[in-house]
Write a protein that binds this ligand. Structure first.
Ligand code: ADP
Ligand code: MG
Length: 253
């Protein structure tokens, strides 16, 4: 049994009368790619926001590696090892790909607010930047302005910036949205290799991509978990097929 990285118990978020996340119990194991499936409005992004600390839950708990982190804000969960990509808005358009990753890397250094930094620490930041660049597959793009890169590469850059904060758990909310077939396939391969070293929570609509990469899947409907299981179980689950996946799942099964 691999180690439990993250666990939620009865996690609930209400927005007024709407229960967007409703008593969710979720377990993420080390080095697993765990996909969350569900129709629009099922509560997937809200769940990610609760895990990253961008939203505080109404009820329930979140435990990271045995430590309760319920309600901690995102800058704290980030320091504790939860990485989250924030889509393009986080990229500085005036900077190169490498500079964007450099900024993310140095934001995590203890002396980032000081004007003078020891040279050795700057070397650490540079090494982290280079490792993150190559890890997200953009080593050849270090000096390219972020705005000159393709859409898919900009999404890769977001992942590189996330890696530069040295997380152990990656939260990815529809990283393939808007990508073409080739870019999606490339990202699937990247996620597969990242799973060797990270635990990954993946929200993704592209069923081919999800089933190609996920070790376990959780299906959410109306804020609740309908079912959690391996790819074969979820594919063949009649309950899931009828409630959500519909004809798409039948063709996959
Ligand atoms: P998904 O990501 O699965 O599409 P969301 O988590 O974005 O679903 O949304 C779940 C439900 O919560 C939806 O009905 C949505 O309209 C609602 N919701 C999400 N965020 C807020 C918010 N900040 N305030 C009010 N309602 C919200
Ligand atoms: Mg969403």
């Amino acid at each position: 049994m691999s180690k439990l990285v993250l666990k939620t118990t009865g996690l609930t978020k209400r927005f007024g009368g709407l229960c967007a996340v409703d008593g969710v119990d979720l377990e993420l194991k080390q080095n697993e790619v765990h996909a969350i499936l569900g129709p629009n409005g099922a509560g997937k992004s809200t769940l990610v926001n609760l895990l990253s600390g961008d939203l505080a839950p109404t009820e329930g708990t979140v435990t990271l590696e045995g430590r309760e982190i319920t309600g901690l804000p995102s800058h704290k969960t980030s320091r504790l090892g939860i990485g989250r990509s924030y889509q393009k808005t986080n990229i500085f358009p005036g900077l190169t790909c490498g500079e964007n990753i450099w900024l993310a890397a140095q934001s995590r250094q203890p002396t980032s607010l000081r004007f003078f930094r020891p040279a050795s620490r700057m070397d650490d930041v540079r090494a982290l930047m280079e490792a993150s660049l190559s890890r997200c597959g953009l080593a050849h793009r270090a000096d390219t302005p972020a705005t000159a890169m393709s859409y898919g590469e900009q999404r890769q850059l977001e992942i590189g910036m996330m890696l530069a904060t040295q997380p152990r758990l990656l939260l990815m909310d529809e990283p393939m949205a808007g990508m073409g077939q080739e870019e999606s396939e490339m990202l699937v391969e990247l996620i597969k290799t990242l799973a060797h070293d990270y635990t990954i929570l993946l929200i993704e609509h592209d069923m081919d991509a999800v089933f190609a990469v996920a070790h376990r899947l959780t299906v959410m409907v109306n804020g609740r978990v309908l079912e959690t299981g391996g790819p074969d179980q979820i594919r063949s689950s009649i309950q899931v097929q009828e409630a959500y996946l519909g004809s798409e799942a039948r063709s996959l099964a």
